[in-house]
Write a protein that binds this ligand. Structure first.
Ligand code: HAM
Length: 421
């Protein structure tokens, strides 16, 4: 058997791969327009970064990391997410010593050893945006708007925004204790009981119906917020409303990473089945300190490229893809000398800004014309020995079949004129 891609991974192949490129581009454009600069961090980091940043008790760190020892004996992990790396890079290079907030966007592969299923992969692609060093509800609202605008630019209408707040270091411990008190009184299995002690908020996210049924009366963080968190959250919501963004308050929204404080949000799409989150993010005011840096209140998101493509497919937003990867001109050389000349002509066409391809491998006229048809080109340029002798080539309009001899020296100008219209 030939080798297969590892479980939980898949290949993006043309023409569908164009969809992934278009999604990356469209989802990051609003951030670029809002002054976010591009950052690229390594695909692997020291394991300690994620253990400290994402949190030891999270599923990501405790179960899902691709961790290995390198040849120098260091513990290395393939990144499961981008935020910890961005904060590490900002601190390492002192970007936070300049103007704040530091605004950055990124795009790249992430790795999580998850139970593979539709929409949940072990290798997936995220685009992200992070604004570091400001505590300002307008920044939370800005980021949410940038994501909303990105989805809208793609034509998606079925993305819903859920928002919540998780409180801060003042009010969260009080809430945490109240929640623990409540959870300890429930009928839960041993691993879940342990989770109550380590990470009680995660219990709220337990999907099992028998657990959910018992959680109906669980205390909610909104009822335990301090005045500052309450006011902050009200301002974020009011800015969203003023900007015409629809959202749903979800007091039970708990994210799978430990660094969140205050604002948290998720974008969900109902056409995806159980893996409905197409993006998520929130504020992480304590992460810099967790990584040994100064206080650097920050907020950001990551949007899943794979799931966004799937959401668009569910909404039927892609048309004829052959149109996306096609070339405008296709060369059909017949004979050895013609192949040389065609190679140069196609090069010239490309340099003149036209997309062009040609038949390779010495195919006969039938095979080469089939290639021209498949390429989706508007024109085929056919070159045989007789044409060469006469200094011309046959230019064939593939839509209506019209064909005429054109002097070789005029082909580029003529095709440019016809195709640039
Ligand atoms: P996250 O919610 O873990 O957040 O991931 C963000 C998005 O990545 C998800 O909503 C989903 O679309 C996509 N995603 C996550 N896991 C998978 C998977 N296994 N397969 C396919 N897609 C997946 C974060 O990663 C945070 N770093 C977001 C953030 C940035 N918070 C603040 N700044």
């Amino acid at each position: 058997m030939t080798l297969q891609a590892p479980k939980g991974t898949f290949d993006w192949l043309p023409p569908r791969s164009e969809r992934a490129l278009a999604v990356r581009e469209a989802l990051t454009e609003p951030a670029r327009r809002a002054g976010y600069g591009y950052i690229e961090t390594p695909v692997f980091e020291d394991t300690a970064l994620f253990v400290r940043g994402v949190g030891e008790s999270t599923d990501i760190v405790s179960k899902e990391m691709y961790t290995f020892e390198d040849k120098g004996g260091r513990s290395i992990t393939l990144r499961p997410e981008g935020t910890a790396s961005v904060v590490r890079a900002v601190l390492q290079h002192g970007l936070h010593n300049g103007q704040l907030p530091v605004k950055l966007w990124y795009s790249g592969s992430q790795f999580r050893y998850e139970r593979a299923q539709k929409g949940r992969y072990r290798h997936f692609w995220q685009v992200g945006a992070e604004a570091l060093g400001s505590e300002d509800p307008a920044l939370d609202a800005e980021l949410i708007l940038l994501a909303v605008d990105g989805y809208a630019a793609l034509g998606l209408t079925g993305v819903r925004l859920l928002i919540n707040t998780l409180g801060d270091k003042e009010c969260r411990p009080v809430y945490r204790a109240a929640l623990q008190d409540f959870l300890r009184g429930l009928d839960l299995d041993e691993p879940t009981r342990q989770r109550i002690e380590i990470n009680p908020l995660r219990v709220l996210d337990d999907k099992r119906p028998e657990v959910q049924a018992q959680l109906a009366g669980a205390p909610l963080v909104v009822d335990h917020l301090c005045e500052a968190c309450k006011a902050y959250h009200e301002e974020v919501r009011s800015l969203l409303t003023a900007s015409g963004v629809a959202y749903t308050d979800d007091p039970r929204l708990v994210r799978g990473l430990d660094y969140y404080t205050r604002t948290t949000f998720e974008f969900v799409h109902d056409g995806l089945g159980s893996q409905s989150a197409v993006g998520g993010g929130g504020r992480y005011d304590g992460l810099s300190e967790m990584l040994g840096g100064p206080a650097l209140p920050s907020v950001g998101w990551a949007l899943g490229v794979d799931r966004t493509v799937m959401a668009m497919e569910a909404e039927g937003l892609f048309g004829d893809e052959s149109a996306e990867a096609r070339v405008r001109v296709y060369g059909v050389p017949l004979g050895t000398e013609a192949r040389r000349r065609m190679f140069l002509l196609v090069t010239e066409l490309r340099r003149a800004g036209l997309s062009a391809d040609m038949s390779f491998g010495g195919k006969g006229v039938k095979g080469a014309m089939k290639g021209a048809g498949r390429s989706g080109a508007d024109y085929a340029v056919i070159l045989g020995d007789r044409d060469i002798a006469e200094g011309t080539a046959q230019v064939k309009d593939l839509a209506d079949g019209d064909q005429s001899a054109v002097p070789l020296a005029e082909i580029v100008t003529m095709l440019k004129e016809r195709l640039d219209k």
